[in-house]
Design a protein around this ligand. Structure first.
Ligand code: GTP
Ligand code: SPV
Ligand code: MN
Length: 588
């Protein structure tokens, strides 16, 4: 650890160096105050970076329209720059660090001329938690500053912690000229450094989020014995007042925010069940002295998907969005309210690009339009989100968009099997990243775009938690997205997912025997609470059935996928796949 003061010296030196390279007109150190935020908003309302919304229905809320070519993450331009290509793995795009620095520094040369350079100290996680980590983002985008203010603990307290600790992640960002040809998001895990240019979009530009809290943090976590994951954290309180915490990894735009804010259906509510939101996107897990995994949400806000968020699907999110929110690339109604497909009320008059709405141009809101809002505004916000030690996990859930084959829910036999289930995850691509939508691909643990190192080493790291003294969470897999022959979802999802969480908790408590199958344990007939559920029995049977022939093919495809990682793939995982394959053959 560096001595007191030297860290700020290092920080100041880096800020000076960046200013010399990027040549801004002005350098502003952000303190995170309300007055600073209000000043930024006023400035952006003048420049057109923000547009006012209806101040009666949406106090202090604003619309941002991004460049139409800058609306999502860009995986092909996102690089992990380790000395050895193999350390980044086939799951990442790679460039040698020296080449990467040279390439991107040339783009940063003079990039901030005529602009203000903001220095943003931030803390990922509760400001006084030993698990939390700090960073500093330098950016020329006031929109990024405003979003970082909502998404992280930003400003003076973070700077004080950086001065005390002497360590922080360096993140340099410029919107550049927004030309996709000059857009890169580069990570240098060994230098705890991020450089991003050419995009103002969330995951590419809010460097505390995916770049720091997942790609850099996963690399640190591997060496320090913890896990940085693309997971929500939800607390479920039963009528007796016991709380169970569950973390769930679903790929981008596959239901984390919705499950984290779930409102139990009426029967559960009447019986006294409550659901608490700890986090909706990122989870840092650390083994505690008691052998359990303890989880914190490193973020302070939600950068959530707007489309599909309605009074019938996620009323908690709508309540959260009642004031002090930033909307990006949504449509607007005649009276200046934000609007998106699935909202359920209102009529769009202006689309996400600011044009008069014409259905011939596609959806009114961009499919990856988003809201940014403080987590504390959520009615189900869990006060334990601020607990320094985090919350203890009872279960980990994996899941993706699988239109066929994969049952509603099953439980892995043990930790190693659970790691295989997570590694084997598949999901249809979504609008959260540029490229084709609806293409089934492997997205191990929902970390394909976010793991800062070789997936084979990552799976080995996951397996390493299975050791004496650990009291590991149970591992489940869910699929809310099965479709029937007509392409309609077979499971109603959203609040009804409470029925699946309830079964998981009964499994944890030893109160549901389940039905063992070669792929894992599914609910035995009668175990899933279906009271008042509007799903035909034949559909429910189909949702919990294991199609042995289909799964034999799936396990073969998983084998091919794991083999793609060559020698580095842990034998334990290959053996686990073989075990499941053989069990399926025996059941045929
Ligand atoms: P990121 O922020 O991109 O990491 O996404 P996320 O995992 O938080 O996804 P989110 O909860 O925002 O959901 C994305 C889309 O899936 C939205 O359009 C939701 O309405 C839809 N969705 C969420 N849960 C369900 C569900 O249980 N069933 C169905 N059919 N759709 C769902
Ligand atoms: C995701 O794409 O998984 C998100 C949005 O949560 S972003 O922060 O842009 O990555
Ligand atoms: Mn995400």
């Amino acid at each position: 650890m560096q001595s007191h003061g030297s860290s700020l010296e290092a920080l100041t030196r880096w800020v000076d160096e960046v200013a010399r390279l990027t040549q801004p007109d002005e350098v502003v150190w952000c303190d995170g105050s309300d007055a600073e935020y209000a000043g930024l908003v006023a400035h952006m309302l003048k420049t057109g970076d923000l547009h006012p919304l209806n101040a009666t229905t949406h106090p202090r809320s604003y619309l941002h329209r991004s460049h139409p070519s800058d609306v999502a993450r860009v995986e092909h331009l996102t690089l992990v720059c380790t000395a050895e290509r193999e350390d980044a793995g086939p799951n990442n795009h790679w460039m040698a660090p020296a080449d990467a620095h040279a390439k991107i520094d040339a783009l940063f040369d003079g990039a901030m001329r005529g602009r203000t350079m903001y220095v943003i100290p931030y803390c990922m996680g509760p400001i006084d938690s030993p698990i939390s980590r700090c960073g500093v983002e330098i950016t020329d985008s006031p929109y990024v500053v405003a979003n970082m203010r909502i998404m992280t603990r930003m400003g003076a307290p973070a700077l004080a912690r950086i001065e005390r600790e002497g360590r922080f992640v360096k993140g340099l960002h410029s919107i550049g000229d927004l030309d996709p040809e000059r857009r890169f998001i580069m990570h240098f895990p060994d230098e705890l450094t991020i450089k991003s240019i050419g995009s103002g979009y969330g995951g590419n530009a809010l460097l505390g989020k995916k770049c720091h809290a997942l790609r850099i943090a996963s690399h640190q976590a591997r060496h320090e014995g913890w896990l940085a994951e693309h997971m929500l954290i939800v607390g479920i309180e039963n009528p007796q007042g016991d709380k169970y915490y569950i973390a769930a990894a679903f790929p981008s735009a596959c239901g984390k925010t919705n499950l984290a804010m779930l409102i139990p259906t009426e029967g559960y509510r009447r019986a006294g069940w409550k659901v608490w939101t700890v986090g909706d996107d990122i989870c840092w897990m650390t083994p505690g002295a008691d052998g359990r995994l303890w989880a914190i949400n490193p973020e302070a806000g939600y950068f959530g998907v707007a489309p599909g968020t309605g009074a019938d699907t996620n009323p908690s999110a709508l309540a959260t969005l009642g004031h002090d929110a930033i909307f990006t690339n949504v449509a607007v109604t005649a009276d200046g309210q934000p609007w998106w497909e699935g909202l359920g009320e209102g009529t769009p008059v202006t689309d996400w690009q600011g044009r008069p709405y014409d259905p011939a141009n596609g959806p009114a809101a961009h499919p990856n339009s988003r809201f940014t809002v403080s987590a504390r505004q959520c009615p189900s916000w869990a006060p334990e989100s601020e607990d320094a030690q985090g919350v203890p996990l009872s279960a980990i859930v994996f899941g993706g968009r699988r239109p066929s084959l994969v049952p509603l829910v099953f439980e892995a036999k043990d930790w190693a099997h659970g790691v295989l289930v997570g590694a084997a995850m598949g999901s249809e691509t979504t609008a959260a990243a540029t490229g084709a939508v609806g293409v089934l691909r492997r997205d191990s643990m929902a970390m394909k775009p976010f793991c800062g190192y070789n997936f084979a080493d990552y799976f080995a790291h996951w397996l390493s938690f299975d050791r004496p003294g650990m009291k590991l969470p149970r591992i489940f897999h869910v699929n809310w997205f099965r479709k029937d022959a007509d392409g309609r979802f077979m499971w109603p999802g959203y609040g009804e997912n409470m029925r699946v969480l309830d079964w998981m908790i009964r499994r944890v408590e030893g109160l549901a025997r389940g039905h063992e199958t070669p792929i894992g344990t599914v609910p035995a007939p009668g175990e899933l609470n279906v009271e008042g559920l509007d799903v035909p029995p034949a559909t429910l049977d189909e949702l919990t059935r294991v199609d042995v022939d289909g799964w034999i093919d799936e396990l073969n495809a998983i084998g091919t996928y794991l083999d793609g990682y060559g020698e580095r793939m842990p034998e334990r995982l290959k053996a686990e796949r073989l075990r499941v394959s053989r069990a399926l053959d025996a059941a045929q």
